[in-house]
Design a protein around this ligand. Structure first.
Ligand code: AMP
Ligand code: MG
Length: 294
């Protein structure tokens, strides 16, 4: 089968298997939000995509983090296939992992702990992989191993000490199984990841890394929901309270505690298919710094 067709088939199975799994777990699907007055600060992606309409500016959403926090006020378990526009620096075209328009499967659970969403993430991934093996196994150019749960985990500090600056690349390259990276230091992540009340300066968050050098699969964690703590975190990162007024207004009105994560769909399909670049997953890829014929 041609790679383009294989990518389409695998993507379709990934979407279907995710939906089936999450609906069975009691989730409801939210329609995506593409334009918003506020979006994810993402300090490592300095450029913002903005359009002007009706006399004001609208961001193209970089993630639905704030919408997820608002949505779980209405329903305890939500997910969304969320198109994100992130104007990644052009040199990230070379990582094999970056597009400037991509889709995440983004989910959030009211009242959940990090442990609970890590458990959910493992079961979701294994369900998707077994569905893909069943439906597309013959067309795949590689075999996806059976992974066992729980996946191993390592703290950010430990990983850094053991593997140096490039620990994420190293860990992913050496590993034969998906693995968790947990407990990021407070200044390594955005203000909405919750600080562990028992370990100041350490976040209750995580990344999942794919094995065989495919790199980051998902990011998530428990969320900060208390107004004063949110304000302190925004200021600590040198951001203005005014820019994040909508989320502060929600917190003032009462945000429930929650945890969740976002898993990149193109990266997941790339990993399953064993492709060198995420662009090969999309029929109409948006590669940082490159032209698009259509
Ligand atoms: P983040 O919250 O920034 O970690 O994004 C959530 C997930 O979306 C990541 O773990 C990746 O799987 C995926 N992702 C993030 N940025 C990109 C990108 N530029 N291109 C493709 N996938 C991405
Ligand atoms: Mg991430």
């Amino acid at each position: 089968m041609k790679r383009e067709a294989l990518a389409l088939e695998v993507t379709s199975v990934v979407l279907g298997a995710s939906r089936d799994f999450l609906v069975r777990e009691g989730f409801v699907e939210l329609l995506p939000v593409i334009l918003a007055p506020v979006t994810d600060p993402l300090r490592t992606t300095p450029e913002w995509a903005v359009i002007s309409a009706y006399g004001r500016s609208w961001y193209l959403t970089r993630s639905m983090i704030f919408h997820k926090q608002a949505a779980i006020r209405v329903h305890p378990k939500i997910f969304c296939f969320s198109p994100n526009v992130r104007l990644e620096p052009a040199e990230r075209a070379q990582t094999g992992r970056h597009l400037f328009e991509f889709v995440q499967l983004d989910l959030e659970v009211r009242g959940a702990s990090r442990e609970e969403v890590m458990d959910l993430g493992e079961r979701l991934l294994l369900h998707i992989l077994s569905q893909v093996r069943r439906e597309c196994g013959k067309s795949l150019e590689r075999e996806i191993p059976e992974y066992s749960r729980p996946f191993p985990r390592i703290s950010w500090q430990e990983a850094r000490q053991e593997f140096g600056e490039d620990f994420e690349v190293e860990l992913s390259r050496r590993s034969k199984t998906p693995l968790w990276l947990v407990d990021f230091p407070i200044d390594q992540r955005e203000f909405y990841d919750r600080e562990d009340p028992k370990r100041p300066g350490v976040l209750l968050d995580m990344d999942l890394l794919y094995p065989e050098g495919f790199g980051e699969a998902l990011s998530g964690g428990e969320r900060e929901y208390q107004l004063e703590r949110l304000k302190a975190r925004i200021l600590r990162q040198g951001l203005s309270l005014d820019a994040f007024r909508p989320i502060l207004a929600l917190a003032a009105d009462g945000l429930p505690p929650s945890a969740g994560f976002g898993i990149g769909v193109e990266r997941l399909v790339r990993f399953i298919c064993g492709f060198p670049h995420v662009a090969q997953v999309r029929l109409f890829p948006r590669v940082p710094g490159e032209e698009a014929p259509l």
